[in-house]
Design a protein. Structure first.
Length: 229
């Protein structure tokens, strides 16, 4: 009886252990997918849907727009131009205007650009491309107006080149440059070169700010130099 009881006891315990092991295995299998999914998406990681939204948001951001041009803007040396020819990617590129006033383009080689408005340059390039392309459609965008600069030197706080804004006057340029304590504001003068000849134009700051000698407060042109003695 003792041997039979011991065998039954062992068998009973073995069956209970097997059942318990099976239940634990099933529970592990049921919990495993949830654990794997939770580990796959950690804090700081974006889900595919979030990534798609981020990409869409980036695509919707507006691109940087070119500088606003005056209606009578004339292209000059050092300007940066974007030339686009519709459906002709090999001819579309960004080019600088060289010191000699020309730009380089495929098929056309050197093209005069300085001294022309963007519309005039577009018409010129369009006409030249007709020899190679039927109905060329050209777009000109001025990305940087580097040629429109004036210079201020002498007894001012900020010497050197200054971007020439549309309709900027001598007084406005001096307001941006500022005077030192030694500036002789009654004897300021402007140096301007036209047709190869340099002229000197007087500017009396004291009189102009008082509303007198308004004719001295002229509009600046690219390349003008203001001297404050």
């Amino acid at each position: 009886m003792l041997r039979k009881f011991s065998l039954e006891t062992v068998m009973t315990r073995t069956m209970k252990f097997a059942v318990l092991t099976g239940l634990l295995g099933v529970s592990f299998l049921l919990l495993l997918p949830a654990a794997v999914g939770q580990a796959a998406v950690t804090p700081g990681d974006a889900s595919p849907a979030d990534a798609a939204k981020a990409d869409k948001s980036k695509a919707a951001e507006p691109a940087a727009s070119p500088q606003a041009l005056p209606s009578d803007y004339v292209i000059g040396a050092d300007d940066q131009l974007k030339i686009s020819v519709w459906n002709e990617t090999n001819l579309s590129e960004t080019v600088p205007v060289r010191p000699d006033g020309k730009i380089s383009m495929p098929l056309l080689n050197d093209v005069d650009a300085a001294g022309l408005t963007p519309t005039q340059l577009k018409d010129s390039i369009t006409e030249k491309l007709r020899k190679f392309i039927s109905d060329p459609r050209v777009t000109i965008v001025v990305l940087a107006m580097n040629s429109r600069r004036v210079f201020v030197t002498g007894e001012v706080n900020h010497t050197g080149p200054m971007t020439l804004l549309p309709h900027m006057t001598v007084l406005q340029a001096l307001a941006q440059a500022g005077f030192t304590q030694f500036a002789n504001v009654k004897n300021i003068y402007l140096l301007r070169t036209e047709n190869g000849k340099q002229s000197r134009i007087a500017f009396n700051y004291k009189e102009v700010v008082k509303g007198r000698r308004a004719e001295e407060n002229i509009q600046l042109k690219p390349g003008d130099t203001i001297v404050v003695p």
